[in-house]
Design a protein around this ligand. Structure first.
Ligand SMILES: C[S@@+](CC[C@H](N)C(=O)[O-])C[C@H]1O[C@@H](n2cnc3c(N)ncnc32)[C@H](O)[C@@H]1O
Length: 293
């Protein structure tokens, strides 16, 4: 295969990508050309907030073609189009054939939560010291154990095993926290998410880990639980404060993640009418906040 590389200003990305598709590119990928430089701008806002920008100021577009001639022909045709103004051809390079599946898999190593508790992709053997293992492959839903917020929640579960407890995983993503709770002896487990794909992913991962749980949309959370886990983000967590606290049994635990260190004060204030939140763990600029009701 041959890769055609282009630089492109924000306003031309869509037209150029569509044109590459129409010119039989096998794939078209768009990257931030300013990534890792002083010119890089964040694009993602929190849920409910507008993104700080619509698109990258300058994008690098990489298109794969089956032959060098097809890539050259595409670049010749693109260069004479109106929308090519401000774009720049980076070049055409051969791409060596690789085992792409193996390459992708090699980027996901087992993740250590504690020396005895690991998240292990199905294509890896669990480490010898692992006594508790969650088998999980990267998929559509968030939660492969690599993110600090997930790891802090799992560390908390390992340190406070919810033996026999009713557990609610609110915003379950891949279901990793619910499965983690099951590994540490939880009783009835409900796992809910607003995203139906996450609900399905949780069901699939629970089956693959031989864990019994009840996954569904948020309405499936019913009654009170001795442990409520919610790894979402600060803004939705603030909105959900009365709902989440209303699901915690008297004397039960609330464990929240997805909160940046600088947001801890806002969360404490939002939960103050219902619970006394405190920072229980920190990792890479994120905090875990917990309360006993
Ligand atoms: C950061 S992921 C966490 C996934 C997993 N629990 C973990 O710890 O890795 C947050 C999940 O919360 C879900 N979510 C976001 N807002 C929600 C809401 N208001 N109610 C329920 N789920 C929500 C998202 O769809 C997403 O799957």
């Amino acid at each position: 295969m041959f890769e055609l590389g282009l630089l492109c200003p924000e306003q031309s990305v869509e037209a150029l990508s569509d044109a590459l598709d129409a010119l039989d590119a096998l794939s078209v990928s768009v990257e931030d050309a300013d990534a890792q430089t002083d010119a890089e701008h964040a694009l993602f806002g929190e849920p409910g907030m507008p993104p700080p920008a619509e698109g990258w100021q300058c994008s690098r577009i990489l298109a794969l073609f089956a032959t060098e001639e097809a890539a050259r022909e595409a670049s010749r045709l693109l260069e004479v189009q109106d929308f090519f103004e401000g774009c720049q051809l980076l070049g055409i390079h051969p791409v060596e054939d690789q085992d792409w599946v193996r390459l992708t898999q090699s980027q996901f190593e087992p993740v250590e939560i504690t020396p005895e508790f690991w998240i292990v992709p199905t294509w890896h053997e669990p480490p010898a010291a692992a006594k508790q293992v969650i088998r999980l492959d990267p998929g559509l839903a968030f939660g492969t154990g690599t993110h600090p917020t997930t790891r802090m929640c799992l560390r908390w579960i390992a340190a406070h095993p919810p033996r026999g407890q009713r557990v609610l995983d609110y915003g379950c993503g891949s279901g990793i926290l619910a499965i983690g709770a099951a590994r540490f002896g939880a009783g009835r487990i409900d796992a809910v998410d607003i995203d139906p794909a996450a609900v399905q992913s949780t069901k699939d991962n629970a089956t693959a880990n031989a864990v019994e749980l009840h996954a569904g949309l948020p309405d499936a959370a019913q009654g009170r639980y001795e442990l409520v886990l919610a790894n979402i983000l600060a803004t939705p967590l603030k909105v959900l404060a009365p709902l989440l606290c209303g699901h915690v049994e008297k004397g039960g635990h609330l464990v929240l993640a997805g909160i940046l260190e600088r947001q801890a004060g806002e969360l404490t204030a939002a939960y103050a009418p219902y619970a006394e939140l405190a920072v229980g763990d920190t990792q890479d600029g994120w905090v875990l906040m917990t309360a006993r009701l």
